[in-house]
Design a binder for this molecule. Sequence first.
Ligand SMILES: [Zn+2]
Ligand SMILES: [Zn+2]
Length: 282
Amino acid sequence: MEPRKKFFRFRNEKIIFFTFTGLMLAVYLFEFFIILPRIQASDPTFHKGIHIFFGTLILINAYLSVWKFITTDATSGSRVLPSSLEKGWKYCWKCEANAPPRSYHCFTCHKCILVRDHHCVLVSHCVGHATMRYFLSMLMNMWVALLYSNILNFDFVWEVFHVLQPKTLLTMFVPWLAWVLGYAESETFVMAIMTSICLLGFMYCTVMLGWHGRNLLKGRTCHEMAKKIGFNYDLGAAENIAQVFGVNWKYAWISPIIPSPLPGDGISFKEKEFVERNGKGL
Ligand SMILES: [Zn+2]
Ligand SMILES: [Zn+2]
């Protein structure tokens, strides 16, 4: 796939992107500088080195996923599309070109996206044939990072919130107000904000991963799920994963930089009936 040239069109896209990627770093620094030293202070046998190692690995993987996601072109690029409408193709009046099956025009990207799933507002880029792997990789790394953070944060959350009083409830749900009213110390305020971000982020990622993981196994996009179409693209779980994570899918999920060419081109597709008649095989 060809690299993408322009990342952001509007200022608010830049603000959302840098807030999102900045929060990833903020969670990492919070665990590194506040939570791990706290755990070590209360338990001298605790070795934080191993957690720093794994935490750094997950953060690098998450950033690499974002980088691969935003630099990969999700359109047909410079490939020449047929000038006459073929079976299942449609004409896009915006692009003034023929668009293959499963592709849809994105009114934010202003382009037709191959196997369009949805437009990800966090990085301002479309999830489609060439980018689905990196989107899922980003989501998986965020989910693992937030699960890890919540486990490490547990002692603090328990310490502050195990007694459910109005003050602790206020600190839990409206930390800034608890801080302004003097119910929460500055340190508790920062801790409450960060642990809430970890908790809410984890819940959000779990829902997203459940939804997109199900679509991955079924070989269909969000759009096809919503419209109850595209059943013929379901080639069985293993082959559906290979269509997204590439021929080396058994390892490609570990890191977005593991080379794994996609078996399809996002323009023509293997279909269920065809596979059933002719046997499987990538
Ligand atoms: Zn279009
Ligand atoms: Zn888009």
